[in-house]
Design a protein around this ligand. Sequence first.
Ligand SMILES: NC(=O)c1ccc[n+]([C@@H]2O[C@H](COP(=O)([O-])OP(=O)(O)OC[C@H]3O[C@@H](n4cnc5c(N)ncnc54)[C@H](O)[C@@H]3O)[C@@H](O)[C@H]2O)c1
Length: 422
Amino acid sequence: MNRREFVKNAAVVSAGTIALSHSHIFAAGNQKMKVALVGCGGRGKGALENFIEAAKHVNVETEIVGLADFFESRTDEAVEKFGVSKDLCVWGSESYKEIMKTDADVVLLVTPPNFRPVHFEAAIRAGKHVFMEKPVAVDPPGARKIMEIGEIAKQKGLAVVAGTQRRHQLECLQTKSAIDKGAIGPIRGGAVYWCGGALWYKDRNPGEDDASYMVRNWVSFAEMSGDHIVEQHVHNLDVANWFIGRPPEMAIGFGGRARRKTGNQFDSFSIDFDYGDGVHVHSMCRQINGTYSRVSEFFTGTDGATWGSGPGKKKGEGFARQVDVADVPYVGSPYVQEHVDLLKGILENKPLNEAKQVATSTLTGIMGRISAYTGELVRWKDLTENEQSAWYNLTLKPAALDFENGTVTAPPDDIAPVPGKA
Ligand SMILES: NC(=O)c1ccc[n+]([C@@H]2O[C@H](COP(=O)([O-])OP(=O)(O)OC[C@H]3O[C@@H](n4cnc5c(N)ncnc54)[C@H](O)[C@@H]3O)[C@@H](O)[C@H]2O)c1
């Protein structure tokens, strides 16, 4: 039996059995959860490891039933790391389709973000519970697709957990609880930061086609990553949306490119997010070596101020660790806790569904990026409601399906958007 046949045969037992098996797992306890991975890169292998560790915390056995990647060599790395058979592997731009035919209970979606809406839709339509890494889209239609499919997941009783981390991180949960209990009064403003060094980049190999180059060098192209205000800074924007309790109404900002050589991303962004009611959050993110680093969130309330994962200060009082904190069960790592919470939700038939919140925070980053690229003021409703807006249907190309259809044309290297003209 070749790999393809194996995966197809495995699929025969999946149809219609998933909902049943979940209640069975819960009733019997100590059962097996089958898992498959799409995107066997650094974070993909990490997420699978985290899933396996998390399963031990909830007394569930795991079995890897599929590994997919664009490149065979990346699946080989996963085979070696997890000590499984190469027969479980599929590769290529449509390998995710084979994964959805397996009897996996849970699918981990960890490719570059431009593929997420298509892969998420396939997973939910196939009846899989999903863990998906952040961000979940690169453009407004992609973010709205995640919201739409998230609703279908809800109707089907499927769990959806996102890798935004901080909503599963003890210190952030404590701070959020303290704010909710009035520790600093209502939030009146804040600042969120991902200022750090450069990430990796890849040069084009001799004779390499555009699709392969863009997949290997995805953190350089906005079409693949959303740019780093979306790809990396989404973590901090997500905290702002979570703590304030709503997305921003509009964004105005700027950014630029100074040191990058490949792709078309900016090196820095500075955005004023207006949350309405006089609440503004300044977002700044930068990827330049040798500059000041700060990765955190800060909020000012009517009665004090606090860092997202750090101490708070009430007016007239000294610094204190979080006040009046919730008793949050925590396994010591947000990367593992995400999967513990995913699995617990499945086992208890109370599936978490984080599709809307991660799509909202992804779209917040996209809104900031559009304001910086164009130099315009961008409204939330232009991306979510106003179909007449030029940005409502903004679709970055090449899009996910271009990789399946063989119609990828890479944008030129080192030509970035020019505000006022973009
Ligand atoms: N939460 C976190 O702390 C965190 C950290 C790192 C990365 N991430 C996120 O995880 C995702 C992956 O990042 P990474 O660092 O693992 O990148 P990576 O380049 O190491 O891995 C991505 C993998 O996906 C594969 N791939 C690309 N397109 C594919 C397709 N269409 N089908 C199947 N496989 C495909 C690539 O070949 C590669 O092996 C990104 O969304 C990134 O933002 C999150």
